[in-house]
Design a protein around this ligand. Structure first.
Ligand SMILES: [Zn+2]
Length: 127
């Protein structure tokens, strides 16, 4: 009887430790937003580098700009609140320094709507 009573307690402790482990992995970053427009990137749509990130890939939903001293380019990231998106560190920006990421949006309006937030970020793969 005693073993049966202890079992659920052990299970709960195991689940709590899993949650705690995940929380340790998550890091708080400042997040801002940008798009490919001239205001954000200072590139005209006629520019051949328009919408192209520092990694040479075209910016799309999931693209984030990072400080490559903090997050290596090519890293795969998860951001709390966006469970269906795999974010990729593919871009850099002069104003992106330290624990700060810039999330790409398809329009300037959406980028403005996102504003500035503190987000919980998890590194799925480094570099
Ligand atoms: Zn913009």
């Amino acid at each position: 009887m005693k073993v049966i009573k202890i079992f659920p307690v052990v299970m709960i402790m195991f689940l709590v430790s899993l949650l705690f482990g995940n929380n340790l992995k998550a890091e708080v970053f400042k997040a801002t937003a940008y798009c490919s427009c001239k205001k954000c990137c200072d590139k005209d749509p006629s520019d051949k580098w328009y919408g192209i990130t520092a990694s040479g890939k075209k910016a799309k939903w999931g693209t984030v700009a990072v400080d490559r001293k903090v997050i290596k380019l090519g890293s795969i990231l998860r951001i709390k609140g966006f469970p269906n998106t795999i974010f990729r560190a593919e871009d850099v920006g002069g104003a992106i320094k330290g624990r700060h990421i810039d999330v790409w949006f398809p329009s300037h309006r959406e980028a403005l709507k996102f504003g500035v937030r503190n987000i919980s970020l998890e590194r799925v793969r480094n570099g």
